[in-house]
Design a protein around this ligand. Structure first.
Ligand SMILES: Cc1cc2nc3c(=O)[nH]c(=O)nc-3n(C[C@H](O)[C@H](O)[C@H](O)COP(=O)(O)OP(=O)(O)OC[C@H]3O[C@@H](n4cnc5c(N)ncnc54)[C@H](O)[C@@H]3O)c2cc1C
Length: 488
């Protein structure tokens, strides 16, 4: 491995970053002789008509659909896979951070807090006791500092003291089921296994969507369409303006291949590391030099004390390029098996381990972003006053010194509203933002907040008979407050 390769492999941000192999020379055999073909026009059956259509059932889409239906809208939710939750279940990204600030004040409520509580009641979530949020008590902190998820639970407060922030972890399988239940209870019409491929436009107004499934190509018509695909699939398809630059150093520059190794005896592994440190380092070096995965977290969920979680990140230029996604998936899986084999053969504690789960959906961190009526960018992120149309407040726990001056970030509703396209909202990680702000605030809790605001706004606008951008903010605010959303 050359010097430059090693540098990229470790990554300037301090996180291990792996390289996606280039396309093989043999791919050249498949270069087509024609550039395009003409598709014939065809009749498409309209399968449903709704007030609100939500595309994508991840954190943003799940919350949008539940909020819209609970606010009284006939709501259709379409998801390309057979489960809800997106990255927070299928991507094995089930760590829900920054729900409180470093003083222990919770800022994210609503549907996300409801879901965490429902899961907690089933023993399917882990979170610190409320009394411990913001705590600086060393005896309480020790548990979190010793855990491999320290990064999600421990921060410095403005006095320089180490403290606990409220974050949660949930069981992705139980979460998938609970999300189904909440969607059904709300009266949402759900289409799983349904891949939305196009939008139906009338001028610059979105009137519905086209989707493909085993049933065939079908249409759904609606008054407001919410793009919660994460990747913002509907944005270019509706000719809506977007940006897609991402700085090389940012977290959102990666595709990921998450997987879990079960049956690990961590006490034996810890003994190995402390009693034979040179052998442990040699093993890490061997993993590293073979391009394999060097670090893992330890499961913190009930009954997961024998599970290692791995989230290797691959640098990518385009996270929706099907060829790059394929090469990453093939390479990521091969390295996962080789990593496990090496650990099984050489790391005490891993002898009886097995690969228990690889991510059902590829980990995608960033992509294109809406150019909205408003946008979360560095210059308007650092402000003490809320926006007039604030729909969420995010604890600013990852901004170091600046975070002490600006402990929270306000999000304007305008960041979900396209500048020109009508009948469309964007409620997912493709919200209007620059790459820096997106990297900090496109996490699971943030996308739940976008979804809850967008679903509620869409339903209220349909009731009022007005374009969703014209909905009076006070009406939206009142509705969100009644749903336990925390607002200024
Ligand atoms: C490796 C990794 C680590 C991360 N770590 C954390 C973390 O620790 N904590 C945290 O909070 N966040 C983390 N994130 C970020 C977090 O997972 C995402 O920001 C969040 O899930 C985004 O939610 P979303 O609803 O915007 O999109 P997604 O979670 O991507 O959900 C989009 C949904 O839309 C569906 N969909 C997409 N296109 C279509 C289509 N055309 N038709 C129908 N359905 C479609 C998808 O299948 C998916 O269900 C991480 C992400 C990755 C990849």
């Amino acid at each position: 491995m050359g010097k430059e390769e090693r540098l990229r492999y470790h990554g300037p941000a301090g996180m291990a970053r792996y390289i996606i192999p280039d396309a093989p020379e043999s791919d050249k055999r498949f270069i087509p002789g024609v550039k395009t073909i003409q598709e014939a026009a065809r009749e498409v059956e309209v399968i449903s008509e709704a007030d609100v259509i939500v595309v994508g059932g991840g954190p943003g889409g799940f919350a949008a659909a539940v909020a819209a239906a609970r606010t009284g809208a006939r709501t259709v939710l379409l998801e390309r896979y057979g489960h809800l939750g997106g990255m927070s279940t299928g991507g094995l990204v089930n760590i829900i951070p920054h729900l409180s600030d470093t003083d222990g004040n919770r800022y994210i409520g609503g549907i996300l807090e409801e879901l965490i509580t429902r899961l907690d009641n089933q023993g399917a979530a882990f979170r610190p006791l409320e009394a411990d949020w913001g705590s600086t008590d060393p005896s309480v902190l020790k548990f979190y500092q010793d855990s491999s998820f320290q990064h999600f639970f421990v921060r410095k407060n403005k006095n320089g003291e180490t403290c606990i922030v409220y974050s949660a972890i949930w069981d992705p399988e139980i979460a998938k089921n609970e999300m189904n239940r909440m969607v059904m209870e709300a009266g949402v019409k759900l289409y799983l296994h349904s891949w939305v491929t196009d939008v139906i436009m009338d001028g610059n107004t979105v009137k519905g969507i086209i989707f493909e499934s085993k049933t065939g190509r079908r249409a759904v018509l609606g008054k407001v369409v919410i793009d919660s695909t994460g990747d913002g699939d509907l944005i270019p398809r509706s000719n809506t303006a977007y940006e897609d630059n991402i700085d090389f150093n940012l977290r959102i520059k990666h595709l990921c291949f998450g997987f879990w190794i079960g049956g690990v005896e961590f006490r034996a592994y810890d003994r190995f590391v402390s009693s034979r440190p040179d052998d442990a380092i040699a093993l890490k070096n061997e993993l590293h030099d073979n391009g394999l995965y060097v670090s893992f977290f330890r499961g913190m969920l009930k009954n997961q004390e024998h599970v290692a979680w791995l989230h290797p990140h691959f640098i990518t230029n385009c996270q929706t390029d099907v060829e790059e996604m394929t090469r990453m998936d093939v390479s990521g899986r091969d390295r996962a098996v080789k990593t496990w084999e090496l650990l099984r053969d050489k790391a005490p504690g891993f002898e009886k381990s097995y690969i228990m789960l690889t991510c059902p959906q590829i980990g995608t961190t960033g992509g294109l972003r809406l150019i909205g009526e408003a946008s979360l960018r560095e210059e308007n992120m650092l402000r003490k006053e809320p926006f007039e149309d604030t729909i969420a407040i995010f604890p600013n726990n990852d901004l170091g010194e600046k975070g002490y001056t600006y402990p929270v970030v306000y999000v304007p509703f305008g960041a979900l509203v396209p500048k020109e396209t009508e009948g469309l909202l964007v409620a997912c990680r493709a919200f209007s933002s620059d790459d820096e702000a997106n990297s900090l605030f496109n996490l699971v809790p943030h996308c739940f907040c976008f979804g809850q605001a967008a679903g509620t706004a869409a339903a209220l606008a349909v009731q009022k008979g007005c374009p969703v951008r014209d909905l009076p903010y006070l009406q939206l605010k009142e509705a969100l407050l009644s749903q336990d959303v925390i607002l200024p």
